[in-house]
Write a protein that binds this ligand. Structure first.
Ligand code: KIV
Length: 263
């Protein structure tokens, strides 16, 4: 049976954790969903993992459309989220609609965009037109230069309160899922318990409705520095399939993330 946004919302309501990995091609799409991954995120992290850049800023809408089409060709069951890349949605809601339309036509079931309150109007515009939207707050990699690097966000009461305000704004705008990246576990928990939106954490602690990691990090094949919240599942696994299955099992059981992966 196909995984839909409704399925994911029901899973979150029941406390069944959602296992998510980034995915950029058809072969991995088939392998990951066979291993039990619920959501395939066609992330603009492909700027780093596939293109060798230091940031996601050079990824274009054409790149994202291409990889979304590849993933959609290999997937039969998993829910597919595609990232709106830098510069493809910030100008206006109309620009976001044009870009999101291309990703949905390529096979995405939902688009993801970065930012909180300032993006709420765009999220409302897209969802009102039948395009499901996943928000992304905390460490938003497209703002790396404004943030002064890949730093943990939401430290201190004022910063944590801003993230809660972002969450409220995105919920009111109709966001269907919310990625929480690199924030103290206490903040990830507070957001996850206070919002009706299922949260997918990456470095946001164990209390999110699901967890996401970058595929290349769980396979230990990213040549650059990997973040504290990532875990290489390959040692001792014997195969890629087995490593992915262990990732899924650890997310579902709550064994991942362990304290050493949290802030
Ligand atoms: O592009 C990506 O891989 C992402 C994850 C880090 C959540 O957005």
């Amino acid at each position: 049976m196909k995984t839909t946004l409704h399925t994911l919302q029901q899973m979150a309501a029941k406390g069944d954790r959602i296992a998510t990995l980034t995915c950029y091609d058809a072969s991995f799409a088939a392998l990951l969903e066979t291993a039990g991954v619920d959501i395939l995120l066609v992330g603009d992290s492909l700027g780093m993992t596939l293109q060798g850049s230091e940031t996601t800023l050079g990824v274009t809408l054409d790149h994202m459309v291409y990889h979304t089409r590849c993933v959609a060709s290999g997937a039969r069951k998993a829910f597919i989220i595609a990232d709106l890349p830098f510069g493809s949605y910030q100008e206006s809601s109309q620009q976001a609609l044009r870009s999101a339309t291309q990703l949905m036509a390529a096979g995405a079931h939902m688009v993801k965009l970065e930012g909180g309150q300032p993006m709420a109007e765009t999220v409302a515009f897209l969802t009102a037109r039948g395009i499901p939207v996943c928000g992304h707050i905390g460490l938003t990699p497209q703002s790396v230069h404004q943030l002064g690097g890949y730093r943990v966000q939401g430290r201190g009461d004022a910063a944590a309160e801003r993230l809660l305000q972002d969450t409220r704004a995105l919920q009111q705008a109709g966001a269907g899922l919310l990625v929480l990246e690199a924030m103290p576990s206490t903040v990830g928990k507070e957001i996850s318990t206070k919002t009706a939106i299922p949260t997918i954490g990456i470095g946001a602690g164990p209390d999110c409705a699901g967890q996401v990691l970058v595929l290349h990090d769980i396979l230990g094949i990213y040549p650059g520095k990997t973040p504290k919240f990532a875990k290489n599942f390959m040692p001792g696994a014997g195969s890629i399939q087995a490593a992915v299955q262990t990732f899924v099992q650890e997310v579902k059981s709550g064994a991942f993330p362990a304290p050493e992966h949290c802030f």
